[in-house]
Design a protein around this ligand. Sequence first.
Ligand SMILES: Nc1ccn([C@@H]2O[C@H](COP(=O)(O)OP(=O)(O)OP(=O)(O)O)[C@@H](O)[C@H]2O)c(=O)n1
Ligand SMILES: C[C@](O)(CO)[C@H](O)COP(=O)(O)O
Length: 234
Amino acid sequence: MYISAVIVAGGKGRRMGSSINKIFLDLNGKPLLYYSIKAFEGIPEIDEIIVVSSKEEMKHCQIEVIKKFGLNKVKRIVEGGKERQASVYNGLMAVDKRCEIVLIHDGARPFISRSIITKGIKEAKIHKAVGIAVPVKDTIKVVDEDNFIINTPERKTLWGIQTPQIFDYELITMAHKKAIEDDFIGTDDCVLVERCGSRVKLVEGSYKNIKITTPEDLIIAEALLNTLDMDNYS
Ligand SMILES: Nc1ccn([C@@H]2O[C@H](COP(=O)(O)OP(=O)(O)OP(=O)(O)O)[C@@H](O)[C@H]2O)c(=O)n1
Ligand SMILES: C[C@](O)(CO)[C@H](O)COP(=O)(O)O
């Protein structure tokens, strides 16, 4: 079974507010994006990796991340789109013709473990659509436009969705095409499959699999790096 991974790194990292894109920020001597790719590189079942980057950063990605650290499974770097969803779509269009299962992962999530990726692939072979997620720890409120609470969903039914999200290739490309047709923009890929009426299975991930978004996430990232068993991470 041919398996591809699409790693999206085509955003601007605006909320980080740093002079260089957050995906190139240094974490213990290596760029953040290195860790996100390396976890997938180390999984024998994964045949190829496609990296999605902004046009201006493609060369930097190639030289300073992929070539420099010998990430040999990266077969192509493709240009991203305006929204994350468009970047994912461009990645999906660039995978090998033989692709049957595709994993979609945020370049901004460097602490994904190999054991979680492997568990996700196993479940995707059975269920065709899988999201890695964790039970929420906070109580979540739904609010109106003036921030008055409308309701409080029962917490045990709420999970925080992460990446990777893993799909049957035909299913996810069909869902992306349908979203384009309908002018629907979602904030993850599972929602595109959900709105087509297909069931998506959640697999429990880890609270360590954070998305590096704002400056305080970097402080957490530095601390997390010291706690990780790197054999399972890079
Ligand atoms: N047009 C876009 C937007 C986002 N991403 C990628 O999607 C992931 C999750 O997005 P986010 O954390 O929001 O990153 P940015 O869009 O870069 O951040 P910001 O919104 O702060 O600018 C990141 O790896 C980012 O590079 C992408 O490939 N193409
Ligand atoms: C896909 C995602 O990482 C799942 O949590 C998230 O929704 C991306 O959101 P962002 O708005 O691009 O940060």
